[in-house]
Structure formats: C-alpha cells, structure tokens
Design a protein around this ligand. Structure first.
Ligand SMILES: [Zn+2]
Length: 250
C-alpha cells in the first residue's frame, strides 16, 4: 500500500492511500495506444491502481479509480506515476543535459530515482485565493472588466490535458472565482485565459500559488555546483519526458 502525497475528499471519505498492480505488457499496450502524453499517463494510472483507500479503510475500485485519478491534484498523480515507473524498472537514473545560466557550461547529470525526494502533506485544501497587487483590466469587443482578485484550484491532469500543457490555459481551467464571485460561462469563455495572459510574471499572488504547488510531491528541482564558474545553479528534472521515454523502452 502506498500513501498519496496529498489526500483528497471523495464521496464523504478522506482518500489517503492506494494499491498498485505490477506493470504488464498489456498495460503498456493500452498506454502506448494513446496519442496524447497526458491521456497516456492517465491510462497508466487507471490501469495500474488496483484501489484507492480511505482513512477508515474504505475501498474504491472499478470506475471510482478513474474518477478519483481525474480529480487528484496533478502533483499527486505524478507521484503515483513515479512509483509505477520506479517499481517496473532498474534504477538507471534520468539522464539530463543542463546549462549553467551564468557561464553556459554544459552539465550532464544523472538523477537516480531512489535519490529523488518525495514530500507528503496532510493538507486537503486545494484552493488558493489571490489578491492582485494591482488590478488587471481586460477588454473584449463588448465589455471591459476589472479584476482585483480571484480564487484558483490546484490543477489536475484533466485541466492540463484540456489545455494541452499550455500554462495560462491550465490556470484558466482552474479558475473558480473572480472578484469573490463565480464567473458565468460566458465570462470564462471570453476572459479567463485573457486574465492569465495579462498577469505580470512578477505578480506575488501567482508566485505564492506556484510555490504552494511546488511544496509537495516529487522534488524535481535540483541544485548543482558549476565546475566552470564555481557558482551553484538550479535545474528542473523533466519528469514527463522521462515517464514517456521509460514507457516506450519498457
Ligand atoms: Zn557556470
């Protein structure tokens, strides 16, 4: 039995654990049939999880597995995929080439799966309130809107799949309130992505949100010392690429 990196409320239960079956050629067949990377990863989880378990030992099987995996925060799902891949293959590590941002020196790094840290949280909440440091003005042909704040939830794989991985579309899919009100479908269609396209990169509210998202799950950000300029720099292990390539080779 494995622990979820972040629990989730489902059907009146607090789901905290899951069980995995061994990766088989049949599962790989189903996964590689999928065109899109995110659909493939979803298929992998749905085929590999035998059951999700609640904190009072309730068991969720069958169609519940797919529903729960679609609702899990992506970071939680990513950690399940990590576990599946880790159990299925020898730990030959993740090969990556990273360039020092200061002197551009090339570094070839191998990160072993057993050395990668996974952080667990008991926090159930998956919503985040952002008060913008300055209002954002949005324009369409018919209307002009002022946004002073919004509420957003942590993205799940369905949000990411729908947005084809595009960051501002992912955020738009997760938007739940604008100026303390639930926006209409029409507002969402016209303005939701525009809002995130218009937010400055340095907006502290959004930075806090990303920091909270990075506070649990697989720690993909690593620090190394550059042997050319003697300074430290950070790189981010590309997990999605690794998952896809290890499924192809398995
Ligand atoms: Zn350097």
């Amino acid at each position: 039995m494995h622990k979820l990196v972040k629990p989730i409320n489902y059907n009146g239960s607090l789901v905290t654990h899951y069980e995995l079956r061994e990766l088989t050629l049949g599962i790989l067949n189903n996964v590689t049939k999928k065109q899109n990377m995110y659909s493939a990863l979803r298929e992998l989880v749905n085929d590999s999880v035998i059951c999700f378990r609640g904190s009072n030992n309730e068991e969720f099987i069958g169609s519940h597995v797919g529903i729960i995996s679609g609702k899990l925060v992506y970071k939680t799902l990513e950690a399940i995929i990590f576990e599946i891949v880790k159990e299925a293959q020898d730990d030959t590590g993740i090969d990556g080439i990273y360039f020092c941002p200061r002197c551009n020196e090339k570094h070839n790094e191998i990160d072993y799966l057993n050395d990668i840290e996974v952080v667990y949280t008991d926090m159930v909440n998956d919503e985040f309130e952002v008060e913008l440091s300055k209002p954002i003005f949005l324009k369409s042909k018919e209307a002009e809107e002022e946004v002073v704040g919004f509420k957003i939830r942590y993205p799940n794989i369905v949000d990411i799949e729908k947005a084809k991985g595009e960051q501002t579309r992912i955020y738009a899919n997760c938007l739940i309130e604008v100026n303390k009100e639930i926006p209409s479908k029409q507002w969402m269609d016209v303005f939701s992505q525009k809002l995130f396209d218009s937010i400055p990169v340095k907006e502290p509210g959004l930075k806090e949100f990303s920091a909270e998202l990075l506070s649990f799950g697989i720690k993909t950000v690593k620090q190394i010392g550059c042997n050319n300029c003697d300074k430290e720099f950070e790189y981010d292990i590309n997990m999605s690429n690794f998952f896809v390539s290890s499924l192809r080779q398995a």
